[in-house]
Design a protein around this ligand. Structure first.
Ligand SMILES: NC(=O)c1ccc[n+]([C@@H]2O[C@H](COP(=O)([O-])OP(=O)(O)OC[C@H]3O[C@@H](n4cnc5c(N)ncnc54)[C@H](OP(=O)(O)O)[C@@H]3O)[C@@H](O)[C@H]2O)c1
Length: 248
């Protein structure tokens, strides 16, 4: 598999030699049990965005890991806020990544799962309309779907006032979606942390000072701090650090 932007290992087993994709895949891997992995990029001073979008923080090394993590998951979880704001398109993987998935007994593409309480979603958005696998929308019991949404997505309903994330993730797992990758955004991350559902955080730190203004990668109501051990530190030539923290 192609190697892309050079990345080397700082810890553990430091080596200045760039690693190939197979080594990265082994380092990130798929867990042996149901697992929720978060993937975020931030600046050195902790910003969630630059000029309103994550793109300004994400260089080639972050994109390399971002793509590999998509290849490794059963389902890609994203909050409606990020889906709308970032204009999510359909999940696409190149033939080599689809072949990797087939050879590991996975479907060709992960399933997109959108978390939305309001169902203020556009069925014509490419994330739905062009999806290679029918997406799932995780929503509240009483939320009203806009015309056309059920034509392009399955609605899974849990919770009264808010989406019940504990019940929702358990439901996804019963559907065979055990390895979940969540690409945010901050309000969903805050709610998943509060519900103690986060098993892993993959964090790219871009060598940038964003300055005051942008929020953090987590948002919403406060919740107790939780220990999340460091598992690896990778470094890219452009100074990006790629951290992996996980419970196990
Ligand atoms: N740096 C990064 O890696 C990164 C990653 C992702 C996003 N971002 C940035 O984050 C910003 C968007 O953030 P956002 O404030 O819109 O937050 P968000 O977490 O992306 O979206 C919040 C929305 O998620 C839905 N939601 C449904 N149930 C929820 C629950 N139980 N808990 C939390 N959310 C729930 C709601 O959608 P409904 O309104 O439909 O009910 C809610 O309004 C953008 O600037 C984006 O660029 C950065």
């Amino acid at each position: 598999m192609s190697n892309g932007a050079p990345i080397s290992v700082l810890w553990p087993d430091p080596s200045p030699e760039p690693v190939d994709d197979d080594t990265l895949i082994a380092r990130y891997g798929r867990a042996g049990q149901p697992h929720l992995r978060m993937n975020f990029v931030t600046s050195v001073d902790g910003a969630v965005s630059l000029d309103g979008y994550s793109a300004g923080l994400s260089g080639a090394p972050d994109k390399r890991v971002f793509g590999l993590l998509r290849m490794l998951c059963d389902a890609l979880l994203v909050a409606a806020g990020t889906l709308r704001h970032e204009g999510y398109r359909a999940i696409r993987l190149d033939e080599r990544r689809r072949a990797w998935r087939r050879s590991h007994g996975l479907t060709e593409y992960p399933t997109l799962v959108v978390v939305s309480g309001s169902l203020d979603l556009d069925p014509a958005q490419a994330a739905f309309a062009d999806a290679p696998v029918r997406p799932v929308v995780l929503t509240r019991r009483d939320a009203t779907a806009p015309p056309g949404l059920t034509r392009v997505a399955d609605l899974v309903r849990h919770g009264e006032d808010r989406v019940d994330l504990v019940a929702g993730l358990a439901d996804l797992r019963r559907r065979g979606l055990g390895q979940l990758l969540c690409e945010g955004g901050p309000h969903l991350f805050g709610a998943l942390t509060a519900a103690d559902l986060v098993d892993e955080v993959c964090l790219s730190i871009a060598p940038l000072l964003a300055g005051a203004g942008p929020g953090r990668i987590t948002a919403g109501a406060p919740s107790p701090a939780r220990h999340l051990p460091l598992r690896h530190v990778l470094r890219a030539d452009d100074g990006t650090l790629l951290l992996r923290h996980a419970r196990h």
